[in-house]
Design a protein around this ligand. Sequence first.
Ligand code: HEC
Length: 171
Amino acid sequence: MKAFRIFIALFFVLSLFSLTYAIHETIPAETQITLPGADAAKLYEYITKSGPYTLWDLWPGKARMYPGTQPHGDFLTTYVNTAGIFGIKDKKGSMPEGTIIAKENYGSDKKFIALSVMYKINGYNPAGADWFWAKYDMHGKVLAAGRAEACIKCHEKKKDNDYLFTGGLRK
Ligand code: HEC
């Protein structure tokens, strides 16, 4: 009887192990968090909680708090997620799907004012290189979102560089 109980106990422990292993194998850690859709609130939730932008790399070659221009503020810190870093390094002229650029805007006193974000969603806005635009105040309140005309009108000057000012995407 005792041997049988031990057998049952072992059986449970082993099944538990194989189940955890199977789950681990089918859902690798890095794909557990899915990217948000074209939704400013969900995007904010994603970049501040599930995949915090503060843990991403800075735009290559740019330090924290580099001098910026209006309308973005006197000082800027620009973070780029993994997809975007690949895009910058590949030098193919455009960023891949899933790229998120999150730029902190600071005033002349180096106080945080707002967060400006560009997020590439395939098919979202082919006329505007598929960028989803978003701007949040220091508390995360949405100030602009989506196919934001004001953002596009200015960034359009860099149409040949995937609407990006900070660095060239070609060799
Ligand atoms: C009048 C022009 C202008 C407008 C309007 C503008 N931007 Fe920008 N943006 C820039 C410039 C110039 C830079 C480069 C950084 C700098 O020097 O300030 C930049 C940089 C950025 C970057 C970093 C990636 C890049 O392009 O280099 C993001 C993200 C961004 N802007 C988002 C936005 C969003 C979101 C809006 C609208 C709410 C917006 N921008 C409106 C001019 C503009």
